[in-house]
Design a protein around this ligand. Structure first.
Ligand SMILES: Nc1nc2c(c(=O)[nH]1)N[C@H]1C(S)=C(S)[C@@H](COP(=O)(O)O)O[C@H]1N2
Ligand SMILES: [Mo]
Length: 426
C-alpha cells in the first residue's frame, strides 16, 4: 500500500485509490509495497502469542524504540553536571506539551530531593502576617490550571557569534511547555496581607529555593500579582524532582531563571535585592561595556524542529511536512512564516491551534520537496506586532558580547540528500 499523493494536496479519493495511484505516477514516499510484503502477508511474532499483562509497567516508560528521544547535555559547556543544563529533544516531539521526562533541566547546585512532609513555604517581609505554609496547606487554596513555556534566557546563547551546535535540541532545547496546576501567587500574598506594604507600585517580591544555590530573584510586585503561579503539578502529575518537586514558581513569559524551583521563601520588599542571578548573571553586556538588566520578558522566537540536523529528510521526494515551534513572552503568537531560501521569500505557515499567551504554538507548512537544497528559516510574530529579528538585526542592537536573550531567526541548510546542517544566513 502506497499513499497516492499527487502534488501536495492528498484527497480522500487518492488515499482510497492507494496502490493503484502508483502506476499513475504518484509520488512514492516510502518503500512499502503491497505485493509480497511479509509484514503484511506473514503472521508476525507479535501476533503469534500474547503481549504483556496490565501490570507489567505500573508506571509506563517510553517504548524502547523511542529511547533516542531524551534529554542531552553538551559536555564542554559546563565544568560539571551539578551546575549545568541539558536540552529538550524538540526535534523529535510534536504538538506543544513537553513530557516531564524529557523536559530540559537547569540546576545551579544539583536537583535536590525534598519530601512533601518536609516542605515549608514562608512569606515574610512587608506583609501584615508572616506565614508558613505546608504542602497540605497549599492544596486547600483555590487552584488554577494553565499552560506556559519556560525558556532559559541562555537558550540559543551559543549561537551569537555564528552557527555552532548542530541540532534544534541544542540550539533551542532550553525550553519546555507544561500544563501547571497550582495556586496563584496573588492568593498567597493576599493571605499574608499586603496593607503593610503600602503603595504596591514600587514593591518587589524576592523568591528563593531550598537548594544550596537558592537561586534568589527579585520580581516586581505588579508581575507577582498578575499571573504567577505557585505550582505543584505539571501535565497532571507531581512535578519531577529535577523541575522543583514538590513546589515551583511559574513566572509566565519571563526568563526561566525566575521560575524558582523547590520554592521555600517569598519576601515582600521595597527594593530589588540585586542578587547574583540578576547582576553578574542574567544581564547582557552591550558593545560599549554597559549591561542591560531587568530583561525579564522572553522575546518572540521560533525554530523549525523538523527537518533539522537531528531530523533529516529520510523519505525521498514528494510530500514534506515542515514543522516547528513558536512562542512569545509578551503574549500570543499570531503568525509564523517559513522561508526555504534563507529569508528571500516567505510562506505563511499553518498554526495547529490559535496561539495562546506565553505558551508554545506548533506550526506546519505542508509542502513538496524534490531534492532541492533549502535554507530553511521560520519567523514568528506576536500579538504586540513584534517580528522575530535576523541575527544581524539583533547584533546591531546588542553587539557581540551577549549570551542571553538570543531570539534571532535560525537557518537549517537542507541538502540534496535530505541531511541538514546548522548554518548562518543573516
Ligand atoms: N531553586 C532553583 N531554582 C531554579 C534554578 C536553580 O538552580 N535552583 N535554575 C533556574 C534556571 S536558570 C532555569 S532556566 C529554570 C529551569 O527549570 P527546569 O530545570 O525545570 O527546566 O529553573 C530556574 N529555577
Ligand atoms: Mo536559566
Amino acid at each position: 500500500m502506497t499513499f497516492g499523493f499527487k502534488g501536495n494536496k492528498p484527497s480522500r479519493r487518492q488515499f482510497l485509490s492507494g496502490a493503484a495511484a502508483v502506476g499513475a505516477g504518484a509520488l512514492t514516499a516510502t518503500g512499502a509495497k503491497a505485493a509480497g510484503d511479509p509484514l503484511i502477508t506473514q503472521v508476525q511474532d507479535w501476533a503469534s502469542g500474547t503481549g504483556d499483562g496490565v501490570d507489567a509497567t505500573p508506571y509506563g516508560l517510553p517504548i524502547e524504540f523511542e529511547s533516542d528521544v531524551r534529554r542531552r547535555n553538551v559536555e564542554w559547556l559546563t565544568a560539571d553536571t551539578i551546575s549545568s543544563i541539558n536540552f529538550t529533544p524538540i526535534h523529535a516531539l510534536d504538538g506543544t506539551i513537553t513530557p516531564q521526562g524529557c523536559a530540559f533541566e537547569r540546576h545551579h547546585s544539583g536537583a535536590i530531593e525534598l519530601k512533601k512532609s518536609d516542605y515549608r513555604l514562608m512569606i515574610n517581609g512587608l506583609v501584615d502576617t508572616p506565614l508558613v505554609f505546608t504542602y497540605a496547606d497549599l492544596e486547600r487554596f483555590p487552584r488554577e490550571n494553565r499552560v506556559y513555556f519556560c525558556e532559559c534566557a541562555a537558550n540559543t546563547g551559543m549561537e551569537w557569534a555564528g552557527s555552532q551546535l548542530n541540532g534544534a535540541q541544542f540550539t533551542h532545547g532550553m525550553i519546555h511547555n507544561m500544563e501547571y496546576s497550582g495556586v496563584t501567587l496573588r492568593t498567597l500574598l493576599e493571605e499574608a496581607g499586603l496593607n503593610a506594604a503600602g503603595d504596591l507600585k514600587d514593591k518587589w517580591v524576592y523568591v528563593e529555593g531550598a537548594d544550596a544555590s537558592s537561586n534568589g530573584r527579585s520580581i516586581p510586585m505588579e508581575k507577582a500579582l498578575d499571573d504567577c503561579l505557585v505550582a505543584f503539578k505539571a501535565n497532571g502529575e507531581a512535578l519531577r524532582k529535577e523541575h522543583g518537586y514538590p513546589v515551583r514558581l511559574v513566572v509566565p513569559g519571563w526568563e526561566g531563571n525566575m521560575w524558582v524551583k523547590w520554592l521555600r521563601r517569598i519576601e515582600v520588599t521595597d527594593q530589588a535585592i540585586e542578587s547574583r542571578e540578576e547582576t553578574s548573571k542574567y544581564t547582557d553586556t552591550l558593545a560599549d561595556g554597559t549591561s542591560r538588566k531587568w530583561t525579564w520578558e522572553m522575546d518572540a522566537k521560533s525554530v523549525v524542529t523538523s527537518p533539522s540536523p537531528q531530523a533529516p529528510i529520510r523519505h525521498g521526494h514528494g510530500p514534506l511536512v515542515i514543522t516547528g515551534l513558536a512562542w512569545s513572552g509578551r503574549g500570543a503568537i499570531t503568525r509564523v512564516d517559513v522561508s526555504k531560501d534563507g529569508g528571500k521569500t516567505w510562506e505563511t505557515a499553518r498554526l495547529a491551534a490559535p496561539g495562546e499567551k506565553m505558551a508554545l504554538t506548533r506550526f506546519y507548512l505542508d509542502t513538496t520537496w524534490n531534492g532541492e537544497e533549502m535554507l530553511l528559516q521560520s519567523r514568528a510574530m506576536d500579538e504586540t506586532g513584534y517580528v522575530q529579528p535576523t541575527k544581524n538585526e539583533l547584533r546591531e542592537v546588542r553587539g557581540l558580547n551577549s549570551i542571553y536573550h538570543n531570539n534571532c531567526i535560525q537557518t537549517w541548510w537542507i541538502k540534496e540528500d535530505g541531511e541538514a546542517e546548522n548554518v548562518e544566513v543573516s
